[in-house]
Ligand binder design. Structure first.
Ligand code: 13P
Ligand code: SF4
Length: 301
């Protein structure tokens, strides 16, 4: 940690001076997650907790759609993202025009949009969901058929758990789509007794081979409550690093895939964001109102 102490000290001081809080996703590196973050969690927890923030400034240590969600829920606060290039392959897989076309093609079918999308896409949808509440959101609508955008694998994984018919899109997470069932079989062979947890953005055949599937928070809770002696998390690499620090008694097997977008956020650029007040997240008012409604409908469930 010594290599980080200069930036950590500076960030802690800047937070006090600027009345700022740092929200960090579970995929942030341990020095961010454990040393400077005020609020940590999965996408759902970050959205929920963003509503309770009293500070003037929110720094989002995560990707751009998370910063937009925080801004939607805190229109009067300054929301900063340390690197504007921190995107997401799912958010990039669909545009607002695509959603409008889906609505035309399936008139009357409600559109559920994953939070991993731009505010423009959220604005065209009826309600948002995260990996932590997707099934509950789909079933809350009380209809036999919904459109769920843009993660094809999440849609298929939820479809396997519900009677509601789900029409999917072709978006994929570039991190989770790389895991295969063969990876899991090999892990089980090389590490007998290992418990395999997979994120629902993984392909359905990977989820089928796993012992448990859930959001990043659900995976963390699983380790906390079940205390498996050996575990592998089929997800982004920092997740295991962060959970392992809290569970020295659990053996973590660590094949993982890095998210290049999450990894754009560093202590150095968080410090700079607070020093220079950049990059300020803004959302066009005409879009923000409709997008906020979709997020608030989700949070009401
Ligand atoms: P959750 O933390 O909501 O499970 O999402 C994972 C993810 O990939 C976010 O980008
Ligand atoms: Fe997007 Fe996948 Fe990275 Fe999450 S892990 S931010 S879904 S590319």
């Amino acid at each position: 940690w010594a290599a980080f102490s200069d930036d950590i000290e500076a960030i802690l001081t800047l937070k006090r001076e600027r009345n700022a809080v740092i929200l960090a996703h579970n995929y942030q590196t341990p020095e961010i997650f454990h040393c400077i973050a005020d609020i940590v969690g999965d996408s759902l927890a970050l959205a929920r907790k963003a509503m309770t923030v009293e500070a003037k400034v929110i720094v989002l240590a995560g990707v751009h759609f998370m910063a937009e969600t925080a801004k939607l829920l805190n229109p009067d606060k300054i929301v900063l993202i340390p690197d504007l290039g921190a995107g997401c392959s799912l958010a990039d897989s669909i545009t607002a025009q695509d959603v409008r076309l889906m609505r035309q093609r399936y008139p009357g079918v409600p559109i559920v949009t994953y939070v991993n999308t731009s505010a423009e896409v959220k604005a065209e949808s009826d309600i948002c969901c995260t990996s932590g509440n997707a099934k509950a959101v789909v079933e809350s609508l009380g209809v036999p058929r919904v459109i769920m955008l843009p993660d094809e694998y999440l849609a298929q994984n939820i479809a396997a758990q519900t009677d509601v018919e789900i029409i999917a899109w072709k978006g994929h997470c570039e991190v989770h789509e790389r895991f295969t069932p063969a990876d899991i079989r090999e892990l089980r062979e090389n590490h007998p007794g290992v418990t395999v947890l997979a994120h629902p953005e993984c392909p359905p055949d990977v989820v089928a081979e796993a012992d448990f599937s859930g959001s990043t928070a659900a995976m963390s809770d699983y380790v906390e409550t079940q205390k498996p002696p050996r575990v592998v998390l089929m997800t982004e690499c920092s997740m295991s690093d962060n959970v392992a620090l809290a569970h020295p008694d659990v053996e973590f097997i660590r094949p993982c895939n890095l998210c290049p977008h999450m990894k754009r956020i560093t202590l150095a650029n968080i410090r700079m964001a607070l020093e220079q007040n950049h990059h300020v997240v803004t959302i066009e008012p005409g879009i923000a109102g409709r997008a906020r409604l979709a997020v608030e409908r989700m949070l009401a469930i």
